[in-house]
Each structure stands twice: as C-alpha cells, then as structure tokens.
Design a protein around this ligand. Structure first.
Ligand code: NAI
Length: 343
C-alpha cells in the first residue's frame, strides 16, 4: 500500500517507517497539512494518513475520491476535522481510538501542578539564581473539588490521578458510566461546585464552546480551567474576558480553538497575528502547551502500530475494527463497523 502522510513531524518518521517496513506499507512523508491547496499531493496513493489539524472537508473528500484514494487513516482519536458523513460510499475512515490515555491524563496533571505550585515561575527564577519565594505561594490540591467533563478513557485516568491526590471528584458525561469513587452531577452543578474543571469530552456541534461566557458566569471565582481535549470546547474570547475580570483564576491549555495555523510549528521571531492567543499567553495565570499532551514514546509507538494495523486489516480483510461507521450516526459504537463493512 502506498500512503501519503500529511503534516509530518520529525518524531513521526522513525516510528512509521519502521512499522510500515514490517508490513509492506510505504509512506511518502509530506510536511504540508492536507487541505484543498495540497490535496493534489495525494494523487496516485491508495490512502492518506492525517492528524488533528489536517482539513478533510467535503471538497477534499471529493477530490481524494476522484483520485482513487480508498482510505483515510487518522493517526489520532478525534475526527472533528473530517467530513465523516460525506465519506460514506466513497472513502473508508479509520482512526486510532486510544494510543496512550495515560499520556494525556498525566499531561493534564502536569499542567495543573505546574500552575498551582508555580513551577514555571520558579524554573525561570532559579536559572538566574533568583531564590526569592515572593509570589510563589500555591495551594494544596488535597481536599479541592475537581469537575471532570467526559469520563471516557482519558477522563477516567485523570479522575484516578486526582483521587490519588485526595481530591473530591465530580463528573459530567452525556453518557455516564459507572461512577467509582466520584459522583455524576449536572453540568450546571459541576460548574458551580468545582475549583478546577478539566475537559475530556470530544468536540462536536453540541460541545462547541461548551465553556463560554454563560458557563464561566456560573463558575466559582478563581476557577482553574484545564483543556487537553479540543480547543473549540472553550470560547477563547470569553475565556480572556473571564481572566481579565479575575473570575478565572488560571487557564491551562494544551489546545486552542485557532491552533491549526500555529501549533506544531516554530513562530519564534515572527509576529503572531492572533491577538487573542497573544493576550492569553501574556497572562501570568495562563500556561499554553502546543497540543503535546499525547507526545510520549509509548503513544507514538502505539499510534504507528495501530495505524499500520488499520491499513493492513483494511487491505487484507476489507474490515477494520477501528473504522468509523458513518451510516447509522452512532459512529463510535456501531457493531457494523466491527463485524461488516460500512459499505
Ligand atoms: P473517549 O471517547 O474514551 O471519551 C470521551 C467521553 O466524552 C465519553 O465518555 C463520552 O460519553 C463523553 N461525551 C461525549 N459527548 C459528550 C458531551 N456532549 N458532553 C459530555 N461528555 C460527552 O475519548 P478519550 O480517549 O478519553 O479522549 C477524550 C478527548 O481527548 C478526545 O475527544 C480528544 O479530543 C482529546 N485528545 C487530546 C489529545 C491531546 O494530545 N491533547 C490526545 C488524545 C485525545
């Protein structure tokens, strides 16, 4: 199989090259993101491999289909950037449902600890032999209430980590599971009672700007917002206003709603045009990492193995358990995607 690999980063190449060689999958690595401007690069390939910020809208899908591309292999879990329904009867879509939920949950806790114990400030100070403690007072996480939105794979691991710290855990999920050592509450109650709110639900039409001015208005003064899920779950303008009004005590963001033209690239020495992001980054109580929560050796290995496994299963058997079924609408849980082909 020949696969056009878009939005390649240096850390992708060794893992995918090695795994591809083992199973006869040949990758052509392109630095460019997949979009209408770059879709021509996919001509002559059996499939494309894309990541979170590639733009696979309806027109791109039509062009890929006209080139004979048969499969879109997402090397991530989220698929909000792919026109899934439009792919039906044209191109199969597979994904990596989990590669290391620990990586993301641990990164969320790393951001939280960095913020509440001012590690980022202490690091810079001691590099200059400034050993003053002034302004570094933090607070104990023990006994604080954390609200977790989305109790899937990552959310549940984050809950376990928080419980290890002796925190009280509230959770909200549209499809709640069994609550072990935490309580499910309504979204409104979670907003009202939480000292820290961490987002672990997918981005969809329903969850777009889940955290906006109205939600922030219901939260405690000084609330810490933690987003390692998808940027557009938070209305960035409303967040900025909440910070300026001293309502939001800290924002810890691994994702940002307008990240696709910025994240994963080096803009040091450039003028960044996004005023909202620039203002957020300038705030003393905001920490931004550039969508790196997934980035561990274990996750990269799992991503390459599962992606190549998906491609090989599709090629050999025409069925792949990680195919997203877009016929019935229940795209993650549809049995058909596991037992028979979608089309
Ligand atoms: P998952 O599918 O295991 O869990 C998602 C949970 O969200 C499920 O329990 C589901 O019922 C719930 N949910 C769905 N719609 C909801 C709604 N409207 N309101 C509240 N809850 C809702 O997914 P997983 O693996 O835990 O990943 C969660 C998210 O993390 C992904 O959607 C992805 O956007 C993000 N992610 C971020 C990464 C990063 O590097 N920053 C890496 C991997 C995933």
């Amino acid at each position: 199989m020949k696969i056009a690999f878009f939005d390649t980063k240096d850390y992708d190449i060794p893992y995918f090259t090695e795994e591809g060689k083992r199973y006869g999958v040949e990758f052509k690595f392109y630095e460019a993101k997949l979009s209408l401007d770059t879709v021509e690069l996919a001509r002559g390939f059996d499939g494309v491999c894309v990541f979170v910020n590639d733009e696979v809208g309806e027109e791109v899908v039509d062009r890929l289909f006209s080139f004979g591309v048969r499969i879109i292999a997402l090397r991530c879990a989220g698929y909000n950037n792919v026109a899934i329904e439009h792919c039906y009867k044209k191109i199969h879509v597979v994904r990596v449902p989990a590669y290391s939920p620990y990586a993301v949950a641990e990164h969320a806790m790393a951001l939280l600890l960095t913020s509440v114990r001012r590690i980022h400030k202490a690091y810079n100070r001691t590099k200059e032999f400034n050993f003053s403690l002034s302004g570094l007072t933090g607070f104990d996480l023990h006994g604080r209430t954390v609200g977790v939105i989305g109790t899937g794979k990552i959310g549940r691991i984050f809950i376990d980590i928080c419980k290890g710290f002796g925190m009280n855990v509230l959770a909200y999920d549209k499809f709640p599971g069994q609550a072990e050592g935490f309580s499910y509450v309504s979204l409104g109650e979670l907003f009202e009672r939480s000292d820290i709110i961490s987002l672990h639900c997918p981005l969809s039409e329903e969850t777009y700007h889940l955290i906006g001015a109205e939600a922030i208005g219901k939260m405690k003064k000084g609330v810490i917002l933690l987003n390692t899920s998808r940027g557009a779950l938070i209305d960035a303008e409303a967040l900025l206003e909440g910070i300026k009004a001293r309502k939001v005590g800290a924002a810890l963001l691994d994702v940002y709603e307008e990240e696709s033209d910025l994240f994963f690239r080096d803009f040091s020495g450039h003028i960044v045009e996004d005023d909202t992001l620039a203002r957020l980054i300038s705030m003393p109580n905001v920490i931004v990492t550039s969508h790196q929560a997934f980035l561990t050796q274990e996750a990269l290995k799992n991503i390459a193995e599962t992606t190549v496994g998906n491609l090989v299963a599709f090629e050999r058997e025409g069925v792949c358990e990680n195919e997203l079924c877009y016929r019935c609408g229940n795209i993650e849980t549809c049995k058909r995607s596991r037992l028979e082909k979608c089309f």
